[in-house]
Design a binder for this molecule. Structure first.
Ligand code: B12
Ligand code: SF4
Ligand code: SF4
Length: 386
């Protein structure tokens, strides 16, 4: 098959198995991206992700090391923008009171599984059509490759100043993956588009995590804090989390390129029951019910206690006294990590009920860190009410 026909075949098969975007780059090293990622590690901006090592970056930047004989990288994009949403700026997803927000990519099935299955089908279908086997390895997110770097060089989109890859049709609401192969494919050219003068996403970030254009400080990003981070959320960052309980979409919601985003027709994404989650239910959910409710979704990654912790912080931020009885119950019964955050929430809400719950817990709390949070929360509550 000649290279043009082969390329057309790949485009068609990729769409048949369920991808929205396909672009190709060669298998040369991603030298500039490797260096940028190594610098990011040196600057401590990837702290908190112990698996994101220099060795991993070096290996991932070199397709030939991941697949001996690699000639091409097929970059694939999957649109996950939920149907039924008005893609018109920040108000696209007004969350009802008492509800926590879940990032759009997580409102459905775990995309790693969805995309890897499709990539496998694509490789099998292609080898059937070619009548021969070829070498291929595929990665989605959890592999060592820099997924965005591959997408940018293949021309699937351009790097936005919020770090995300933007596509002219789908904006940044796309998940990325790539197939490295020994097939010699004609590469596409990178897009010439840029963000231009726009910089809206940078001041919009509530935790100031976008420390410079294209540079996100992992430790400040709400996505890290609510999903990957398993410990205590720094007190000074908690107010900025707002009602996000899993991930964060703010730097994408404010992006003008995303105004034109098209909704996906893919039933794996856009579960309405996950767009807003009742915070008190989430705080009080049992581990068994948590597993039943969120099985197969990315939310499982934050784990039961992580999501209870996040619910506690979000309830503190909402500041509604109606949450005090549930927070007080959690202060007596939840695991220490959650007790720490619900103590903070009670301190923020304040009032007689919250103070009484904190005082009662102060005399029985056995965990040193939780006790310290309870005492700080009592001081906070006193300061707010004076
Ligand atoms: C670690 C990680 C995170 C971390 C750290 C984020 C980060 N900025 O690196 C955390 C947990 C915070 C995170 C958050 C999110 N993530 Co994430 N994450 C990853 C992961 C696993 C690695 C990213 C990585 O290598 N970072 C290292 C840095 C160095 O890479 P980079 O940020 O892309 O930086 C490049 C640019 O800065 C560029 N560059 C440097 N200087 C300059 C200068 C100019 C002028 C230009 C143009 C470019 C440029 O070079 C760097 C290297 O290529 C990838 C999957 C993968 N294997 O690649 C997913 C991935 C990046 N995440 C993804 C998503 C969806 C998200 C969230 C939107 C989820 C959410 N809604 O909560 C947020 C977005 C946060 C943000 N604004 O970036 C998608 C992005 C899809 C897209 N359209 O871009 C990916 C690709 C997963 C996937 N396979 O789809 N993520
Ligand atoms: S995902 Fe949220 S916290 Fe992270 S950089 Fe974007 S706006 Fe900031
Ligand atoms: S908000 Fe503006 S600067 Fe940020 S990614 Fe979108 S276009 Fe680029």
């Amino acid at each position: 098959m000649n290279p043009t026909a082969l390329r057309r075949q790949i485009d068609q098969l990729a769409r048949e198995v369920g991808f929205d975007l396909v672009a190709v780059t060669d298998a040369a090293e991603f030298g500039d991206d490797r260096d940028a990622a190594l610098r990011r590690i040196d600057d401590n901006l990837m702290d908190g992700l112990p698996w994101f090592t220099k060795d991993r970056v070096r290996r991932g930047a070199s397709p030939g090391e991941l697949l001996p004989g690699a000639r091409s990288v097929i970059s694939l994009g999957l649109n996950y923008y939920p149907a039924g949403e008005d893609a018109d700026g920040e108000d696209a997803d007004a969350t009802p009171p008492g509800q926590g927000r879940v990032a759009r990519y997580a409102r459905g099935r775990d995309y790693h599984r969805v995309m890897k299955r499709r990539m496998r089908r694509l490789v099998i279908a292609l080898s059937e059509q070619l009548g021969e086997r070829f070498a291929a390895r595929w990665y989605v997110d959890d592999g060592p490759m820099l997924d965005r770097a591959a997408a940018a060089r293949a021309g699937l989109g351009w790097f936005g100043k919020n770090g995300n890859i933007l596509n002219p049709t789908y904006g940044s609401w796309i998940l990325l993956g790539q197939i490295i192969t020994n097939l010699p494919l004609a590469p596409d050219t990178p897009l010439r588009k840029t963000c231009g003068e726009c910089a809206r996403c940078i001041p919009a970030c509530p935790t100031d995590a976008i420390v410079a254009p294209y540079v996100v400080d992992n430790r400040r990003c709400i996505s890290y804090l609510t999903i990957e981070h398993k410990g205590v959320i720094p007190r000074e960052l908690r107010p900025a989390l707002g009602s996000w309980v899993f991930g964060c979409d703010i730097c994408q919601e404010v992006c003008p390129v995303n105004r034109k985003a098209q909704a996906t027709g893919d039933p794996n994404f856009g579960r309405r029951d996950l767009s807003a989650v009742d915070l008190i239910d989430l705080l009080e959910i049992t581990e068994e019910k948590f597993r039943q409710r969120f099985a197969g979704t990315p939310i499982m990654r934050a784990k039961w206690a992580g999501m209870q912790r996040n619910a506690g912080v979000a309830l503190g931020n909402l500041g509604d006294a109606a949450a005090v009885p549930a927070l007080a119950r959690a202060l007596r019964t939840a695991v220490p990590l959650v007790r720490q955050h619900v103590a903070w929430a009670l301190g923020r809400i304040g009032g007689a009920g919250a103070i009484a719950a904190l005082r009662a817990a102060e005399s029985t709390e056995s965990d040193r860190d939780a006790l310290s949070e309870i005492r700080q929360a009592l001081a906070d509550a006193a300061a707010y009410s004076s």
